[in-house]
Design a protein around this ligand. Structure first.
Ligand code: NAG
Ligand code: NAG
Ligand code: NAG
Ligand code: ZN
Length: 542
């Protein structure tokens, strides 16, 4: 205690102290008398007890060293670290609390790490090269999926060389006799879910016409939807839930909700998916709305394809929850379906629209989608034992939302800062470096955004510095949360491409070292196993 005081005094005696006051106002933005929001927090004992409880929990926590039978990876697309801080504050404030002290469910996981997200040719990544990193274990070209960085974006020829294809952890799980599935709130052919199954030189090749538009042969470079239905491992996935019906249907065919398809090859890939399962004599079902999905509950077929929108699923706050399933419902049915395999499974679940809301500077939607994914994580954690199921929660890349100003404790996270800018004009606690929310200055001053007619509406854009059609991704690291067998492997700061290797280590699948190989440290043995694995996977692909 004494040394802490001495330290503070020393700092204040130094000249920097004066500057420190200027940078850090004593009671920022507040003209009201200081009020303490949570009385208990005024006691030193409160914080000491909080810390002691955390130490006790850590000491009592026993990490499972079993093989992870099941692995569920949750991906919050664009879920940057500031997004986590803002979302948890909103979570608490929705419960009537101050908010900052709240925790999302996955924030309670025992291990947290940081992943570096850059790609081979990109300082700031997209969802395609990052999906290749966190699902296939290889960093690659910006915009490419399931191929290594010898393939340039849109280079169809280069991507036909299968030695440049990289396998996903879903393939490693399948090769081990486990099952695999994919769930997303975006089009199922969008970059992140495509990382599970596609090998493609351009993430935009979601349907055949997109390949043709770039002058390529669709026989040599099949589109992503076609790969999902007809190629390994897409055609082995037991659960496929998302949006994007339009990429499976011809342009002159309307889907169940009246939207036309995008395909110009006259193929109905939903029918072809059903036919493929019939040909293989496996039970199957295609569903396109929530009622149909829920009616499967008691009699799940072996294979389920659920395409709930022509495009992406609706934002949770804008969806009709009678007809649209939530991410939690999709996750639960996926887990129940895949759990029928005694050997276990790999499931990928994406909260994919955090990214879209950020790109449009729609901060409330971005935070709400984050909280929706957190609910899905909570459901998975209830359904799966910590003893044999690994759950990993992370993001692919950051965004440029800033959490700023000097508002006081418990201040409305979606409101303006208590502070004003130099001209006395309000600014928001959550704003962006760039994006469509730019407002021109008037007489050299920022406009008063809080006076706008749609202020705080769900479609109201937060303000930005740099005008851009879409807000950009950020280059900062993303957090990784882990629970279950070998979770402590996920601690530290590392390349994002390590993630599938770490998951495979815990689950004892795929190439490289495994938790299960325990005593076998003899040199050569892992190499032999790896060779055998390569042989087996190439046989599987035939
Ligand atoms: C298909 O599966 C059913 C039930 O498992 C079985 O009775 C039937 O013989 C199978 N048909 C073919 C053609 O394999
Ligand atoms: C949601 O969809 C159902 C079924 O189509 C409809 O009856 C209901 O009115 C819709 N609710 C809203 C709020 O649009
Ligand atoms: C900004 O707009 C709000 C809401 O209309 C108003 O209360 C406030 O006085 C305005 N501030 C400035 C500096 O114009
Ligand atoms: Zn994005």
């Amino acid at each position: 205690m004494r040394s802490l005081l001495t330290c503070l005094v020393t700092v204040c005696v130094a000249a920097a102290c004066v500057r420190g006051d200027r940078y850090h106002p004593a009671d920022p933005g507040s003209r009201a008398a200081a009020t303490v929001v949570n009385r208990a927090e005024t006691s030193a004992n409160y914080w000491a007890q909080e810390a002691q409880a955390a130490i006790k929990a850590r000491l009592e926590h026993k990490e499972s060293v079993k093989k992870a039978r099941n692995v569920v990876m949750f991906l919050g697309d664009g879920m940057s670290v500031p997004t986590l801080a803002a979302a948890r504050t909103l979570l608490g404030q929705r419960r009537g609390e101050t908010g900052e002290e709240a925790k999302m469910n996955f924030e309670k996981f025992p291990t947290v790490g940081l992943a570096k997200t850059y790609c081979v040719n990109a300082q700031i990544a997209d969802s395609a090269c990052t999906a290749t990193a966190y699902l296939c274990g290889v960093k690659t070209t910006y915009g490419a999926i399931g191929v290594n960085a010898e393939v340039a974006r849109r280079d169809c020829d280069a991507s036909t060389d299968t030695s440049r294809h990289v396998a996903s952890i879903a393939e490693w799980a399948l090769a081990d006799g486990r099952d695999a599935g994919v769930v997303t709130t975006t089009r199922i052919t969008h970059a992140s879910p495509a990382g599970v199954y596609a090998k493609v030189a351009d993430r935009d090749w979601e349907h055949n016409q997109a390949v043709l538009n770039h002058g390529h042969d669709t026989d040599r470079c099949p589109d992503i939807a076609l790969q999902l239905v007809h190629k390994h491992p897409g055609n082995k996935l037991k659960v496929i839930f998302g949006g994007g019906r339009r990429n499976f249907l011809p342009i002159d065919v309307r889907d169940e909700e009246g939207e036309v398809g995008r395909r110009t090859d006259n193929r109905n890939l939903i029918r072809e998916w059903l036919q493929d399962k019939e040909d293989r004599n496996v039970t199957n079902k295609y569903v396109w709305n929530r009622q149909q999905l829920m009616s499967l509950n008691d009699d799940l077929p072996e294979y389920i394809l659920g395409l709930f929108e022509s495009n992406h699923l609706q934002y949770n706050l804008q969806a009709n929850l009678t007809t649209e399933p939530t991410l939690t419902e999709l996750t639960e049915i996926a887990i129940r379906s895949l759990s029928r395999n005694e050997k276990g499974f790999f499931l990928f679940v994406e909260g994919g629209r955090i990214d879209h809301a950020h790109h449009d500077n729609l901060v409330e939607l971005a935070l709400d989608e984050t909280l929706e994914m957190d609910k899905a994580v909570a459901r998975a954690a209830e359904l799966l034992s910590e003893d044999d199921s690994l759950i990993v929660v992370t993001a692919d890349h950051a965004h440029v939302m800033a959490f700023n100003g000097y508002s006081r404790r418990g201040h409305d996270i979606l409101g303006p800062s208590r502070d004003l800018d130099e001209d006395g004009v309000p600014y928001m606690t959550l704003s962006y470096t760039n994006g469509p929310g730019f407002r021109a200055h008037v007489d050299g001053k920022r406009p008063n955004v809080t006076a706008e007619s749609d202020y705080r509406g769900l479609q109201w854009e937060a303000h930005v510095d740099v005008p851009l059609e879409d807000e950009t991704h950020g280059g900062d690291d993303v957090a990784v949360f882990a629970r279950g067998p070998h979770h402590s492997m996920f601690t530290g700061l590392y390349e994002q491409s390590q993630l599938p290797h770490l998951m495979a280590y815990a689950a004892c699948i795929g190439p490289g070292r495994h938790a299960c190989s325990g005593a076998t440290h003899v040199l050569g043995q892992p190499v032999l196993l790896f060779a055998l694995f390569i042989l087996l996977t190439s046989l599987f692909q035939l």
